[in-house]
Design a protein around this ligand. Structure first.
Ligand code: AHR
Length: 346
């Protein structure tokens, strides 16, 4: 199918969704009564309002400060937006099966649109087809799904994770430009997730692309949690003499902060003995930077609730939207940590 055909097909699909929105809400409100128990378990309640859109939000979980800030941003933007009657929030608890169940609940209730933040990239085709067959547009927030599912969602709003990885890689190649064989440890995010896959890809794209001389000592997943980061770092420190390690690349703040704790407990000075890169930019991450324990912070911005509401309204209204809408973000070095700390929103 050509790009133009695909665009036409999407437009048709989402216009159909817009037309049937109000009817769907009225019918859906009745149909949903039988599902209230299931939704209550997810923290939602019944839809069926005529005052605006009913949006379902299938969130990844609550694994990090980033995630908590993201949930808060989406919830408060929906709450303050007169165009949104209700946001049905589903906590996927970092479990794809729970997210799939949540999606299907929302489809049965015939919400106006579903926002999905997919915990991993694969395994979504069937449920996305079910949403399409029910005329319910799906928007991706934050993470992406595999490319072959591209026709099954309207748009994705989120970070360019590959670019984030590139920024981390560029810092390493500049900082260690004169070194021979820079020794790298990597703490990866959730296995199979878009940010883990892409942050890795972008990082090595730069290192390998520049012919940088490095040695990847170890790379393992800490599942984007502080506990995971700490546990994996403890194992790393058992198998690698910290004196032989130059830099730790942690795919998010939480894992980096957990690893810093593990280093300190082992008598290793983070930021000094082992240089540390983290991704996100929480206040706790910036504080660690201001304390000299982190060397470089690649920002990943979770505060996109307002943008997401605009997109959802446009998609349900049949407007043309870009397939990918990036979130603005930056990167920070030691000179900026203290000044930037008060600006951190989470
Ligand atoms: O998908 C975004 C990532 O998910 C954030 O970097 C991380 O903190 C979160 O768990």
């Amino acid at each position: 199918m050509s790009g133009a055909d695909r665009a036409n097909k999407n437009q048709h699909f989402f216009r159909g969704a817009a037309r049937s929105g109000v009817t769907r809400r009225l019918v859906g409100g009745l149909a949903a009564t039988g599902l209230l128990l299931g939704l209550a378990a997810c923290g939602g309640d019944s839809g069926g309002s005529d005052d605006g859109l009913v949006i379902g939000f299938v969130q990844v979980g609550a694994e990090s400060a980033w995630r908590t800030a993201n949930s808060e941003s989406v919830r408060s933007s929906a709450g303050e937006d007169d165009r949104i009657a209700e946001l049905k929030f589903i906590d996927g608890q970092q479990d794809q099966a729970k997210q799939l169940e949540g999606m299907r609940n929302l489809i049965t209730q015939r919400v106006d649109a579903i926002v999905l933040a997919p915990v991993v990239e694969t395994g979504w085709t069937e449920v996305l087809e079910e949403a399409r067959d029910a005329d319910i547009p799906v928007l991706l927030a934050d993470r992406s799904v595999e490319q072959s599912d591209e026709d099954l969602y309207a748009t994705r709003l989120g970070s360019d994770f590959v670019e984030e990885g590139r920024k981390a890689g560029a810092w390493v190649t500049e900082e260690f430009a004169d070194a021979d064989g820079t020794a790298v440890l990597e703490l990866e995010g959730t296995v199979g997730s878009a940010p883990a896959n892409d942050r890795k890809a972008g990082f090595y794209e730069v290192l390998d692309g520049e012919g940088f001389d490095y040695d990847l000592l170890d790379s393992q997943s800490g599942d984007f949690t502080a506990e995971g980061g700490k546990e994996v770092m403890e194992v790393f420190l058992q198998s690698h003499d910290p004196e032989d390690v130059d830099v730790l690349y942690a795919h998010n703040d939480e894992m980096g902060l957990g690893a810093i704790q593990a280093m300190e407990e082992a008598g290793v000075e983070p930021g000094e003995d082992v240089r540390v890169i983290i991704v996100d930019g929480s206040a706790a991450g910036f504080q660690a930077g201001a304390d000299g324990k982190v060397d470089y912070i690649v920002e990943c911005n979770p505060v996109f609730g307002d943008q997401l509401m605009d997109l959802a309204v446009d998609v349900v209204g049949g407007e043309d939207v870009d397939k990918y809408v990036p979130v603005e973000e930056s990167a920070y070095g030691p000179d900026e940590f203290a000044d930037e700390l008060p600006n951190r929103q989470y």
